[in-house]
Design a protein around this ligand. Sequence first.
Ligand SMILES: C[S@@+](CC[C@H](N)C(=O)[O-])C[C@H]1O[C@@H](n2cnc3c(N)ncnc32)[C@H](O)[C@@H]1O
Length: 455
Amino acid sequence: MLIGGGETHKLIIGDNYPALLNLLISYKRKIKVIYIDPPYGKDHLGEFAKTNYDNAITRDNLLSMLYPRLMLAKQLLRDDGVIFCSIDDRNQAYVKCLFDEVFGERNFVASLIWQKKKGGSQDSEYFAKEHEYILCYQKLDWDINDITEEYRENDFNRIINGKKAKILKLEKWGNHSLRTDRPTLYYPIKDPNGNDFFPVAPNGADGCWRKKPQTLDDEHIFWQEDSKSRLTPYEVIYFDEMKGKEKIIKTRTLFTEYGTSTDSTKEILSIFNNQKVFDTPKPIELIKHLLKISTSPSIDTSEQDIILDFFAGSGTTGHAVMELNREDGGKRQFILVTNNEKTEINPNGIAYDVTSKRLKRVMTGSCYDGTDNFKWLEKNKPYGDGLEVTEIKQKSTDSQHIFNEIDEKLYNKDFKGNIHDKIDWICSEFEITCRKVESDEEYKKRNGWVADNEK
Ligand SMILES: C[S@@+](CC[C@H](N)C(=O)[O-])C[C@H]1O[C@@H](n2cnc3c(N)ncnc32)[C@H](O)[C@@H]1O
C-alpha cells in the first residue's frame, strides 16, 4: 500500500525481529539514527510497570527480547551512527548493561534525562517522579551536532548599571589557561586602585586573558572578589545586547524543554479528534531534538540520513522526521516498525488503528475514509510525504511456493521470471542474514561459540 507523495518513508507492520532481519538485506550499515522506546518490564518484585498495552512483560523477558534485536540493530547502523533508547528509572540500569554488552561500554555516550512531567507525579509513593532516561550509544565514531540557542533572560541574574546582566571572569580557565599557552594574552591591566594586575591561572601559575580586556570599555568591565578573595576583573554581558541573538552550545544532558507527556497526549488527541487511542506517545519535540543533534538535512537524496524506530507505537518518530525536514528543508527518510498489538481501544491493532492512521492524516491531510475534519489541520499543514506500508508475513519453509511467495521487488530486485536467479538470491540473502547474527565475530569470541559446521 502507498500513501501520499514527496519523500517516501516506510512503515513495516509485524514483529520487529523478522523485520530487522529483512531490513539487513537492503540497509546493512545504512542507518544513521535508531530511536527505540520499548515496552518497559516488570520490576524484580513482579509488580507490573505501567505500560499502555496489555501484555506487560517481565524484566527477563524485556532483556532477552531486546538482546537479539539490538544485535541486528547494531549491524544496521552506519559507523557514524547512533542509537537512542527511552527507558524508565526502574529498568535503566539493567537495559544500560545490555547496551554495554552489545555496543561496548566504550561506545556509551550518555544517559540523558528527559523531564517527562513538570512538577512530577503527585501520586508517586516516595518522590514526585519527573523523569525518564534516554540511553545514547554510538556505533563507532558519531559526531554530535552542536545546536544554536537564543540567550535566555533568566541566565542574566545581576543588575549592573541598572540593567540585567551576567558576568564572566576575564582570566582564562580550563584548557589553555597558562601564560605559556597564549603568551600574547599575558600582560597587566590597571585595577581600580591604579595597580598592575596580571592574569593568574587556576593552578596559581601565570595565566592569560580570555579576551583582550582593552577591547572592553569601563561599562563592560566589573571588578569583584573571586572565590580566593582576589579583586578580579569580569566581563559584563548585558541581556539587552544579547536579546534575540543566538549562541552555539553543546546539548545539555538534562532535557527540560523538549515536550512532556502532557504535550504528546495533546498531539495525539488533535490528530484523532479527542479520541484517546494511545496512552504513552513521546512528544514530537523530544524526538526532533534527538534528530537535530544526530542527523543532517542531506539535501542530496543519495546521501539522505535514514532514521529507524523499531518500536514505533503511534509513529511519533516518523512525525518528528517530517516536521524537522519541513523546518530545515531536509530529505531525511524514516523506517518505522511496529507490531499490530490489539488492545481494548484498538480492536484492529495499534498499527492499523493508530500508526498508519496518524501518518496518513498528517501526510495527506485526510483520513482513510476521505474526511478531513481533524483538529490538527487547524494549526498545521500536511507534509505531503509518501508512505510504503508492508506487513511481515511468516512463510512456511516447506511450502512448494515459497520462492514465488517472496516478493523480491520489496528489496528493489526484479528477476523478471528467472526463477533460478531468484532462488540463488533467496538462499544466499535470507540464509546469510540469519547466520550472520549467530556468527558475529565479537559474539563468538566473547562466548567461545563454535558454529555447527565448524565443530
Ligand atoms: C512504548 S510504545 C512506543 C511509543 C512510541 N515511542 C510513540 O511515541 O508512540 C512501544 C510499542 O512497541 C510495540 N512493540 C512491542 N513489542 C514489539 C515487537 N516485538 N515488535 C514490534 N513492535 C513491538 C508495542 O505494540 C508498542 O506500540
